[in-house]
Design a protein around this ligand. Structure first.
Ligand SMILES: [Zn+2]
Length: 159
């Protein structure tokens, strides 16, 4: 629903993974996909930033975009696309708004501009930006553990 505030549920491990990726790619922007179920972000797929000016923009590589088909075959959905702002605020840039090609997925931005990394999530639909409340879910359960792909989470989460 465009413009409707909602929350984005994420495993804390997925949040850590985004921050680690952002730090590893500094000073370039990094980007990737988050797969999950029922709006819950569970698995992080690190992408390659193939943008010509990677310090100020991002473009996911085709191989990572193909991962979406693979995880959809496993019953997962694209929950979010993340990227980092090495020196900018954790808000969508004008380009991010124009280039939001996946309105059904949340846009997560990790900023490294401050003393501590900051994560914010947005819904960008038809140029309209609304912020999503991040809600951290526990790995141990909370009602949906029957379908939680634990093996996947472990194999794609690096510390
Ligand atoms: Zn951006």
């Amino acid at each position: 629903m465009p413009g409707m505030p909602r929350s984005l549920r994420l495993l804390p491990a997925a949040g850590h993974e985004i921050v680690e990726h952002a730090r590893a790619g500094y000073p370039n922007e990094v980007c990737g996909l988050i797969a999950g179920r029922q709006g819950m972000g569970l698995v992080v797929f690190r992408g390659q930033n193939i943008a010509p000016a990677p310090r100020v923009s991002f473009e996911l590589d085709a191989q990572t975009l193909l991962r979406q088909m693979e995880f959809e075959e496993q019953g997962l959905e694209l929950v979010a696309i993340y990227h980092s702002h090495p020196a900018g605020p954790e808000e969508p840039s004008p380009t991010d708004v124009v280039c939001a090609f996946y309105p059904e997925a949340a846009a997560i931005i990790c900023s490294l501009a401050g003393a501590d990394p900051r994560l914010r999530a947005f819904s960008i639909v038809d140029g309209q930006v609304s912020e999503l409340e991040p809600a951290w879910i526990s790995e141990a359960g909370g009602g949906s553990q029957e379908t939680e792909p634990r093996g996947l989470c472990k194999s794609h989460t690096k510390y």
